[in-house]
Design a protein around this ligand. Structure first.
Ligand SMILES: Cc1cc2nc3c(=O)[nH]c(=O)nc-3n(C[C@H](O)[C@H](O)[C@H](O)COP(=O)(O)OP(=O)(O)OC[C@H]3O[C@@H](n4cnc5c(N)ncnc54)[C@H](O)[C@@H]3O)c2cc1C
Length: 478
């Protein structure tokens, strides 16, 4: 059997049976060539249905040694390489058509050290894997809001979730990482070893190598937390969002909250009152004492006349997976665009409410997230993740089912984003961006700001040939 795979310059490399057999003999995990790839059984297909690209060769690694061999093979043959953690990149950055995929889906191990309050997490773990293991000890680290998302991409891109105000971003809690660099070395990044690399991994994306293990700081959380999920009629969104804004600005650090517009399907298990009904959901978590938390969050349940209220003390793991059913893999086509706002004036809220009423499909979301507390305790140059002062982030998450709607949905998202630049600073959150035709539109320069130069220097040290380029790419500059 021979396989043709693409190189970064677009030319092709013919891989004969000998080469593939040699790789198979080295790897403990499977080496899958195109005819062996079956979407139904593939462990982790990409989430965004706009990115069904198939690699020519996929290496399902079982550990760091497999990753070293996979990197070595790709280097030897000059192949274009993609790295897949959870596969949730909205921009499809872990999809590599006709190249070689380093698939980490079998590397989901999580080990908790309760004494030192640390979790060691393999590079292909999903958020739910970490929450499940850490909660066994009454501990948690800040991650995102959909449990099927990959720890790797989320952390390397920053990582917003329900514990931000109290404990910071996911990347702020990263204390050590094991990385396979472009030359196949295994490097530990920590405060003592390669601290420049640790700084870069804290928000700088997948630019610097394959992270095979993350070590996170843990905090006492749960097992039950106070949760608010109150659904108001979308027509009231402008008024509800004003009241939520005023609440959020004065809320204690235990509270992290957001507001999102969406339309629930008429599915069994969903209360009839919200079937196919556009709603504005006020969502919040208080991660301290549960009774005190429910009392503190109570005003969010009384911002208007709720259609339905899911608020209650809830197991932390249930909160963390509450939105999972609405985000299945390879089902929705998606294009997202976000930006930060230093203020959220009434006019901006009116514009958001108008856009929420005019979404390109029922599954499309208009989100406003409140940011602050521990996220802003970190200085803009203390970690690669530079945005440390804006209290608001808005995100237009367009999701639809039919390819014939691609152009209209993308145009809508761009126009809504453009309108927000009146109040926003134009800086995007790179984890919430769709793939763009123009590299500059992704916003890498703007997202990293003054940190870009330092990141480019670190990239030059660890990946001078830009071997890892399918990411929010930083070009190496010594
Ligand atoms: C439904 C949904 C919900 C989301 N919710 C949140 C949220 O609440 N908070 C938030 O901050 N973000 C959220 N995101 C965004 C998400 O964090 C990013 O899309 C992130 O990139 C996903 O990580 P992943 O490992 O699943 O992605 P992948 O598609 O596997 O990879 C994304 C990027 O990271 C690189 N990468 C992956 N694994 C590694 C590794 N081990 N080492 C080095 N590079 C690697 C890839 O090459 C690629 O460039 C959400 C996305 C979706 C689709």
């Amino acid at each position: 059997m021979t396989v043709t795979a693409i190189k970064p310059d677009g030319s092709r490399e013919l891989l004969g049976e000998d080469a593939l057999q040699e790789l198979r003999e080295h790897l403990r995990g499977a080496v899958v060539a195109p005819e062996g790839v079956d979407t139904a059984t593939e462990p982790r297909v990409a989430w965004n249905a706009m990115h069904p690209e198939r690699p020519s060769i996929s290496t399902r690694c079982t550990g760091t040694a497999d990753v070293v061999d996979a990197v070595g093979f790709a280097r030897e043959h000059g192949l274009l390489v993609g790295v897949r953690g959870g596969g949730h990149s909205v921009a499809g950055l872990s999809s590599v058509g006709e190249g070689m995929l380093i698939d980490l889906s079998l590397m989901r191990g999580v080990q908790v050290d309760p004494e030192r309050r640390l979790a060691h997490v393999q590079g292909g773990a999903l958020l739910g894997d970490v929450d499940r293991e850490t909660q066994a000890f009454g501990l948690a680290t800040p991650l995102g809001r959909v449990s099927e998302t990959g720890v790797a991409g989320l952390t390397l891109g920053g990582g917003y979730g329900n514990l931000n105000a109290m404990y910071g971003l996911a990347c702020d809690n990263l204390v050590e990482a094991q990385v396979v660099t472009a030359d196949g070395r295994v490097v530990t990044a920590s405060a003592d070893q390669h601290p420049d690399l640790l700084w870069a991994l804290r928000g700088g994306g997948g630019n610097f190598g394959v992270v095979t293990s993350f070590t996170f700081r843990l905090h006492p959380v749960g097992p039950t937390v106070a949760f608010v999920g109150t659904l108001y009629p979308l027509e009231e969104m402008a008024r509800i969002e004003r009241a939520w804004r005023d609440y959020a600005l004065d809320a204690p650090r235990e509270v992290t909250s957001f507001i999102v517009s969406m339309t629930f399907p008429a599915a069994p298990g969903m209360p009839e009152v919200i079937h196919d009904r556009p709603v504005a959901i006020v969502g919040a978590v208080h991660c301290g004492d549960v009774d005190e938390g429910m009392a503190t969050l109570q005003p969010l349940r009384e911002l208007g006349s709720p259609l339905f209220d899911m608020s209650q003390p809830m197991p932390y793991t249930a909160v963390q997976s509450a939105f999972d059913p609405f985000f299945p893999r390879q089902t929705l086509r998606a294009y997202w665009k976000s930006q930060y706002l230093d203020e959220l004036p009434d006019e901006a809220i009116d514009a958001l409410a108008a856009r929420a009423a005019d979404r390109p499909g029922p599954m499309s979301l208009v989100n406003t997230f409140h940011l602050g507390g521990a996220v802003h305790d970190v200085g803009p140059e203390d970690a690669a993740f530079a945005e440390r002062s804006s209290p608001w982030m808005v995100s237009f998450d367009s999701m639809w089912g039919d390819a014939s709607d691609d152009a209209a949905a993308i145009a809508w998202t761009r126009s809504a984003w453009q309108e927000m630049t009146r109040w926003g600073n134009g800086t995007p959150f790179l984890n919430f961006t769709g793939r763009s035709e123009e590299p500059l539109e992704a916003g890498v320069d703007s997202a990293f700001g003054r940190n870009l130069r330092r990141l480019a220097g670190i990239k030059a040290v660890y990946d001078p040939d830009n071997f890892f380029r399918l990411n929010n790419n930083v070009l190496p500059r010594p």
